[in-house]
Design a protein around this ligand. Structure first.
Ligand code: NAP
Length: 456
């Protein structure tokens, strides 16, 4: 695990970075702790003034920031620009709302006067953020904007394949005027992770990534009695009922499965279609997927990106081979360039019920299709999954869809569209997709001390 920029389209290693030494990590922890001592006492307006400045800088340099996403993880340019824009919107959300959201709350109690008991939100210290490469800025900003607004400071350990995006995040906050140590990027080797988590200055651990990394980091957090939040993988179900607009469903399905080359936690991954419309859905999915244009992610005509690394491509190839060995059929829907880490958009059908395949998150543009007998069967298949991140329901009856949404064992459900996210919509899953929330007041308060103050 060396920190390096390797262009996923050309395969060229463009830059490498040495990992931090123990001494550098300790120095960074001291600096961040000292910064926290000042930052926590700044008025909210001062802190959000810096977030506002960061939003303006990001907006003004949108293309420069977007280009680095394309260079380091192969994101197509339009999606890269959209990622920068949503980061700007999240920063501005907290500029506008933090003061209101952190307002002390008076509690009406039995034993004290009406204004005697109140709940205040106090910052706690360094929040250690371990983040993945698939949305190199968005994932970081989802944690950094609320935490910095609330008075905590952030120490980032980013994925090893996006070191320049990580450095740009640190530069952004420094240029916006945040004192050194308020936001720190560390090229942390795995073997120093526990050292950081164990530091008494670190008061929370936020990880976004795989189940495997989540379990490791959460155990370390538990061992050192630090609160953690986990945003992990998903196998989002995309249910299509017989009264759905099948063309609309097919268009969203292809978009939901192939965006960011399928490397999205809330990608639609399992398409569960009732028998009556299954064949029509498959035909339309094929037709829509055939319109995808794989190619140079910097070329505006490209709509299917390469995978983020050679290892990611090998992993998808291995997973598909395993699923086919278990009896499923694979169908490739587009031709992809020989160079670059491309994996074609594909359909997996005839997946044996209960097989390991039904529990495997594929981080690539491969759709798993399931034929459901009827609606109840579709809901059963959707919930028969270790993950519980998002999900979608397609039907012309919105009220009925809302009832189905309540039956899905996931943190998020969309109706008649693939996943939706926004600066003012919370994000989080259940089951093996993790715990805790990011965004709005839920994310803002995850690592605060909600302290009770009682007048005697
Ligand atoms: P990953 O391998 O778990 O990596 C995520 C982060 O954890 C990286 O910074 C990685 O650093 C670090 N990490 C992994 N093992 C570690 C260890 N033993 N000690 C310290 N740090 C460690 O995940 P990924 O493959 O990059 O990302 C894809 C996964 O993230 C998918 O499962 C996806 O669904 C999930 N995801 C979830 C959400 C959500 O919000 N729920 C959002 C995006 C992605 P290195 O690069 O140095 O290994």
């Amino acid at each position: 695990m060396a920190y390096a920029t390797v262009n996923p389209y050309t395969g060229k290693t463009l830059k490498t970075f040495p990992t931090a030494t123990l001494e550098e990590v300790d120095a960074a922890l001291e600096t961040a702790h000292a910064a926290f001592g000042v930052w926590k006492n700044e008025p909210i307006e001062e802190r959000t003034f810096i977030l506002d400045k960061a939003a303006s800088l990001l907006e003004a340099e949108r293309n420069e920031y977007a280009e680095m996403l394309t260079t380091e993880m192969g994101k197509i340019m339009s999606e890269a620009q959209a990622e920068v824009s949503v980061c700007v919107a999240i920063l501005r959300y907290y500029v506008e709302h933090t003061k209101d959201l952190l307002r002390p709350r008076m509690l009406l109690t039995q034993g004290f006067g009406e204004t005697d008991v109140h709940l205040v939100n106090d910052p706690t210290g360094i929040i250690f953020a371990v983040e993945p490469w698939n949305f190199p800025y968005y994932q970081v900003i989802r944690v950094a904007a609320p935490q910095l607004a609330a008075g905590n400071v952030v120490m980032l350990k980013h994925a090893s394949n996006v070191p320049q995006c990580a450095a740009l995040m640190e530069r952004l906050f420094l240029e916006a005027g945040a004192p050194k140590g308020v936001f720190t990027n560390l090229y942390l080797p795995h073997d120093l992770t526990e050292h950081v988590i164990a530091s008494p200055y670190v008061r929370g651990v936020a990880l976004t990534g795989s189940e495997k990394a989540g379990a490791i980091i959460a155990s370390l957090a538990g061992k050192h009695l630090k609160k953690s939040t986990l945003e992990l993988g998903g196998m989002d179900a995309f249910i299509v009922l017989d009264d759905a607009d099948i063309q609309l469903a097919a268009e969203w399905a292809v978009r939901g499965r192939n965006r960011n080359a399928g490397q999205v936690c809330v990608s639609s991954k399992r398409f569960i279609v009732v028998d009556a419309v299954y064949d029509e859905f498959v035909r339309r999915y094929r037709a829509e997927a055939a319109k995808l244009v794989p190619g140079d992610p910097a070329d505006p005509k490209t709509t299917l990106a390469p995978l983020s690394s050679a290892t990611a491509k090998q992993q998808v190839e291995r997973q598909v081979a395993d699923i086919v060995a278990q009896g499923a059929k694979i169908e490739y829907l587009v031709d992809v360039p020989k160079e670059g880490n491309f994996f074609p958009s594909a359909l997996l059908t005839d997946i044996p019920e209960g097989s390991e395949a039904t529990r495997t998150e594929i981080f690539g543009p491969v759709a798993q299709l399931y034929r459901a007998k009827d609606e109840a069967d579709a809901i059963r298949i959707a919930n028969d999954c270790p993950y519980g991140l998002g999900g979608s329901v397609f039907t012309s009856d919105i009220h009925h869809a809302q009832e189905i949404a309540r039956q899905l064992d996931t943190g998020m459900v969309t109706i008649n569209r693939a996943s939706a996210s926004g600066p003012d919509i919370p994000f989080g899953g259940v089951k093996n997709s993790g715990y805790g929330h990011e965004l709005i007041d839920l994310g803002l308060k995850e690592f605060l001390n909600q302290k009770v103050v009682i007048n005697g």
